[in-house]
Write a protein that binds this ligand. Structure first.
Ligand SMILES: Cc1cc2nc3c(=O)[nH]c(=O)nc-3n(C[C@H](O)[C@H](O)[C@H](O)COP(=O)(O)OP(=O)(O)OC[C@H]3O[C@@H](n4cnc5c(N)ncnc54)[C@H](O)[C@@H]3O)c2cc1C
Length: 384
């Protein structure tokens, strides 16, 4: 079977890439190893910034909660911020991802599900992808096969331990708590570079804990303790990895583009990956269309425009987020102390989730605030 573009993986990156390829007039096939809709370990927080990138609002029947209330905790400190507009829509990934894939199919992309792409021949005349049952040939391959991407391993090698965050997640019964359906909770610490979340779904809570792999020793015990303290009864706890955001890695090779987690595009501070999966899937499709429809050679040189467009659209922001993350890694108590001395830093960071500002804007806003926050923190300490 011959296509312009072969896409491995039907998560948000692959589905968006397929949709945009089909809309540009390219023939595209998505190969997905699972039968859809498939379970995906994820808190399901689609930020307003991510939702705004979609071609239409997320249908009501897929949205489990709309959030405009944020509670943050760090040790004994807490902050509560309400926003006028939603900053997050909580979804179940099985339904959300399937909705995206169906839109791609509706636009003309072909879906082959229940087939794992197992081998990839990338040659000067095209790409050949084999699954257990079929052989597909194409002009270009988009690797949207997630954090354990086989395609990324071919062009770049696997992620290193330091490139990954580990997440534990579970679903908790909410009948006794009657949790606010418009509110998310984030509990920073107690391990370095970790936080726990409580996100509302329609009939239950998504609860989890994530942190940089290198700092995550003992996370399971800390998470169990967190659940116990909150009186939450867990179901199975699953663990999964998320790549920590970076734009410096290899994401392009002759006839190959990587998108989403396969490329390593997740926010190093929050673990948000859906937004960057959608953004990079779209840019990968745009690159495919420009190179294929203009009849250019589908080589590294002509495909590098993809890397540049990712840097321009969100790469510099991920870089700024990484700088902030590194600061928190080095000075956690000092920075959290400053953060929790007023609501403003949180109000401002919710604007990032709403897509009103980026991390670079945040950084430029934050630095001049430091003396004032320090003063507030010092006077609070003196009062105690
Ligand atoms: C516990 C947890 C909580 C998270 N919470 C959030 C959150 O609240 N908000 C947020 O924005 N991000 C969150 N993330 C990150 C987010 O889930 C990912 O960044 C996002 O799913 C990346 O999308 P993707 O399309 O690149 O990959 P995926 O969604 O992982 O999709 C990859 C697809 O490829 C398929 N596949 C893999 N290998 C092959 C193969 N060889 N052949 C065919 N198909 C293959 C897989 O079955 C899968 O369907 C969370 C992650 C974890 C682990």
């Amino acid at each position: 079977m011959k296509y312009d573009v072969i896409i491995a993986g039907a998560g948000p990156a692959g589905a968006t890439a397929a949709l945009e390829c089909a809309r540009s007039g390219l023939s595209a096939v998505i190969i997905e190893k699972e039968q859809l809709p498939r379970y995906k370990p994820c808190a399901g927080g689609v930020t307003a910034a991510a939702a705004n990138m979609l071609w239409c609002p997320i249908p009501e029947k897929i949205v489990q909660a709309k959030c405009r209330s944020f509670k943050a905790f760090y040790g004994e400190k807490s902050i509560h911020v309400d926003t006028e507009e939603n900053f997050m829509f909580v979804v179940s990934r099985d339904k959300f991802d399937y909705w995206l894939v169906k839109a791609a199919v509706h636009s003309g992309a072909v879906l082959r599900q229940g087939e794992e792409a197992t081998s990839f021949d990338i040659g000067p005349d095209g790409v050949t992808v084999r699954t257990g049952t079929d052989v597909y040939t194409g002009k270009l391959l988009i690797g949207a096969d997630g954090v354990n991407s086989k395609i990324a391993k071919i062009i770049r090698g696997p992620f290193r331990r330091n490139d990954l965050a580990i997440c534990l997640c579970t679903e908790c019964d909410d009948t006794e708590h009657n949790y606010n359906r418009e509110q998310i909770e984030i509990h920073y610490g107690p391990l370095p570079m970790t936080y726990s979340w409580v996100f509302p779904k329609k009939d239950y809570l998504s609860v989890g804990m994530g942190g940089w792999c290198a700092e995550a020793e003992g996370m399971k015990a800390v998470f169990n303790n967190f659940l116990e303290k909150k009186g939450l009864k867990k179901q199975d706890v699953r663990s999964y990895t998320v790549p920590l955001g970076g734009i410096g890695r290899i994401t392009v090779a002759d006839r190959v583009l990587l998108a989403g987690d396969a490329a390593g595009f997740a926010d190093p501070l929050t673990g948000e990956g859906i937004r960057y999966a959608i953004a990079s899937g779209r840019l990968a499709a745009k690159t495919a269309a420009s190179v294929i429809l203009e009849g250019l050679d589908i080589n590294l040189h002509n495909l590098l425009i993809y890397k540049k467009s990712c840097i321009d659209e969100f790469g510099d922001d991920l870089k700024a987020a990484m700088s902030v993350a590194r600061l928190f890694q080095k000075l956690p108590d000092f920075l959290f102390g400053m953060y929790f001395s007023s609501q403003e830093p949180f109000e401002k960071s919710l604007e990032i989730l709403q897509g009103r500002i980026g991390y670079q804007d945040y950084y430029h806003w934050f630095l001049p605030q430091v003396p004032g926050m320090l003063l507030k923190k010092t006077s609070a300490v003196l009062k105690d």
